[in-house]
Design a protein around this ligand. Sequence first.
Ligand SMILES: [Zn+2]
Length: 74
Amino acid sequence: MTTQTTWHIHMPIDYLLRLSDRRLMETLSHPDGAQGARAELRQMLAAGKTNLVAGPCDNQHPDGSCAGHPGKEQ
Ligand SMILES: [Zn+2]
């Protein structure tokens, strides 16, 4: 039996902030729309994170990227 490490896809926050509102909302969803998403992304940058992980991730590097999940199913 082999254990596989799975990884979440992550996107650089500065890339997301450069997208138009429409493209941003095609890339991620936020209850407060594009403005709410931008506010949250800026808060993450202020907290030292430079990446946003796609999907629920409970094991992240300090920069916000996924640190991997050994033996977990996708
Ligand atoms: Zn992850």
